[in-house]
Design a protein around this ligand. Structure first.
Ligand code: HEC
Length: 223
């Protein structure tokens, strides 16, 4: 034990004690530089709010609201096929979106389904291409009036030899591609698909070959 040791203990102890004042009771609350930041002037998310009737600041979305990047206001499982098949696009189909749909179609679908949508793209090539399964011929009787919702389901989950395209195309792009297909079909013997002056698709989904779907006059009809 030398002198230096005791000096160190002494200084250390003094410093430690100086951290407490008057037996640990803080008398000075400190200065608040920007009180509006310390004490929120806005109603906090989970505090009572006198403005709303139910006094909650966090309000539920309005009924029927569709979250960004989602197709529907509620969740659908893969097995809910009836609901998928009758689904409509949450987007309005404008000419510009259909042009974008064609661009995406040519990138992601044309290799199999063909740039002429005849199910004979270069990968299939009348059975001589590397892809063995015959892609759907969108001009053919089985597909010409397929509901847009059923097509959407195939893009999301795939169909037999066709894989899912959900990771390549976001929800909006999927509908753009399908709007392009539907428009093309309407010009090649399919049910009408016209764009009205306000850009709304007046007949997005015609009857499936199996069941007659009621004509919808807007692009947003989920319930
Ligand atoms: C690798 C080839 C390939 C690509 C790429 C491809 N498909 Fe397919 N698709 C197929 C085949 C094969 C079938 C027929 C599946 C069956 O009925 O057995 C099919 C069927 C379909 C059907 C009919 C689904 C049904 O319920 O019968 C739709 C709609 C469709 N494809 C849309 C698309 C769209 C949109 C794209 C682009 C995003 C795409 N496909 C890309 C191979 C492909």
């Amino acid at each position: 034990m030398n002198k230096r040791f005791f000096v160190t203990i002494l200084i250390g102890g003094a410093l430690a004690l100086s951290a407490c004042n008057s037996g640990g009771v803080r008398r000075n609350p400190g200065k608040i530089y920007a009180p509006d930041m310390t004490y929120s002037r806005a109603y906090d998310a989970y505090t009572a709010n006198p403005i709303f009737a139910d006094s909650l600041t966090s309000q539920k979305p309005v009924d029927g609201t569709i979250a960004r990047g989602h197709d529907l206001p509620y969740h659908l499982n893969e097995t809910d096929t009836a609901a998928w098949y009758t689904m409509q696009s949450p987007y309005k189909f404008t000419e510009g979106e259909i042009a974008e749909g064609k661009r995406l179609y040519d990138i992601y679908c044309g290799v199999c389904h063909g740039q002429k949508l005849d199910g004979n793209g270069p990968l299939y090539n009348d059975g001589n291409g590397p892809f063995a399964a015959a892609p759907a011929n969108f001009k053919g009787p089985n597909y010409i009036n397929m509901t847009i919702g059923k097509m959407y389901y195939a893009v999301v989950y795939g169909k037999n030899m066709m894989g899912s395209y959900a990771s390549q195309l976001n929800t909006k792009q999927r509908w753009q591609v399908l709007a392009y297909i539907k428009k093309f079909q309407s010009e090649n013997g399919g049910a009408p698909f016209t764009l009205s002056a306000d850009g709304k698709n007046t007949a997005p989904a015609a009857a499936d070959s199996s069941a007659a779907a009621p004509a919808k006059d807007t692009a947003v009809a989920h319930k």
